[in-house]
Design a protein around this ligand. Structure first.
Ligand SMILES: C[S@@+](CC[C@H](N)C(=O)[O-])C[C@H]1O[C@@H](n2cnc3c(N)ncnc32)[C@H](O)[C@@H]1O
Length: 310
């Protein structure tokens, strides 16, 4: 299957990184390597570390970046292990990092990966196909309350309890092993008139299961915070998110990093020693232009935030 992913907010993120031709850059979420290609094309003496959980993405990137392989290092790992991986490579400070969170189009479009509610497939949703936790395990073994909590917190679905109850009832008859059966169970929880008013009724629950399977929100705040401290002065971090939960985490981490002294206002002298670590360059997140939205519907919910190390 062809690996086709249109990079979101491409110009805005490459310009936002303000690439130093001799710098060390990280693309934490390589995907279709579109952003990586934009970064590496600007490098002369520098290096680009390309990281992804998905082996397909890495194999594909070796072709996409074939003209630049002398400047690229690939890592197949969770970006949350990046600091250890940089240590192993003997890299101390970095000049920039891009995170373009979530799933790539090939992951959604390949029916065998089981990410999509609109394609009949085995329930899977693993970005890293070598991990054991998949959507089948979540749907068939998690307790009803756990499912309801995930659907509510990660999917912001108002019918989370009802859907969790329906899933448990159905899986007692027979394990739920396919995307279409799960989508059908969810769809039937919605009143007929309401079903497709806010997009596909299974959209939010599928998002929630995907976040759970891939641990997408766990450790994100700590990662953003700690990797920002690894930037050299003047180095930049650009993060693209696709839903409000992720965006909130990124925004909060950037806000905290920017704070200078967090002592109680009434204390005469600072005792916290917190210093401003970054300058936020995007007071409001950058969103896709009308032009981009015409060509790429997946850019609709994208938000880009950028900071610079001070
Ligand atoms: C939206 S795509 C990136 C697209 C890319 N910027 C481009 O221009 O083609 C997100 C990628 O991040 C990867 N990913 C998601 N979470 C990850 C994690 N925790 N660690 C490493 N890779 C991750 C996914 O496997 C996917 O390939």
């Amino acid at each position: 299957m062809e690996f086709k992913h249109i990079s979101v907010l491409y110009d805005e993120s490459i310009e936002g990184l303000n690439v130093n031709p001799n710098g060390i850059y990280v693309d934490g979420t390589l995907g279709g390597a579109g952003h990586s290609k934009g970064i590496v094309s600007k490098l002369t003496g520098g290096r680009l570390i390309c990281n992804d959980l998905d082996l397909n993405a890495i194999d594909n990137a070796k072709l996409v970046l074939s003209e630049h392989l002398d400047k690229v290092t690939f890592i197949h790992d969770d970006y949350k292990n990046l600091l250890e991986n940089l240590d192993d490579l003997g890299i101390d400070g970095i000049d920039g990092i891009l995170l373009d969170l979530g799933v790539s189009s090939p992951q959604i479009d390949d029916p065998n990966r089981g990410f999509s509610y609109s394609k009949a497939a085995p329930l899977d949703m693993r970005m890293d196909t070598t991990q054991t936790l998949d959507a089948k395990v979540v749907v068939n073994t998690y307790k009803e309350e756990e499912l309801a909590k995930i659907f509510f917190e990660y999917g912001e679905d108002k019918l989370s309890r009802k859907i969790a109850r329906a899933i448990v009832r159905e899986r007692e008859k027979e394990p739920i092993t396919t995307t279409d059966r799960l989508a059908d169970i969810i769809e039937r929880c919605y009143p007929a008139g309401y079903r497709f008013k806010h997009g596909h009724p299974a959209k939010r629950v599928f998002q929630a299961i995907r976040i759970e399977v891939n641990g997408e929100l766990e450790g994100l705040y700590d990662f953003i915070y700690s990797v920002a401290l690894r930037l050299k002065v003047g180095g930049r971090m650009a993060v693209i998110t696709f839903h409000s939960l992720e965006d909130r985490i990124v925004k909060n981490a950037f806000t905290e990093l920017e704070k200078d002294c967090i002592c109680d206002k009434h204390l005469p002298v600072c005792v916290c020693n917190k210093r401003r670590e970054v300058k936020i360059l995007t007071k409001k997140p950058i969103v896709a232009s009308e032009e981009e939205l015409k060509n790429n519907k997946r850019a609709e919910s994208a938000k880009l935030r950028i900071v610079e190390r001070v």
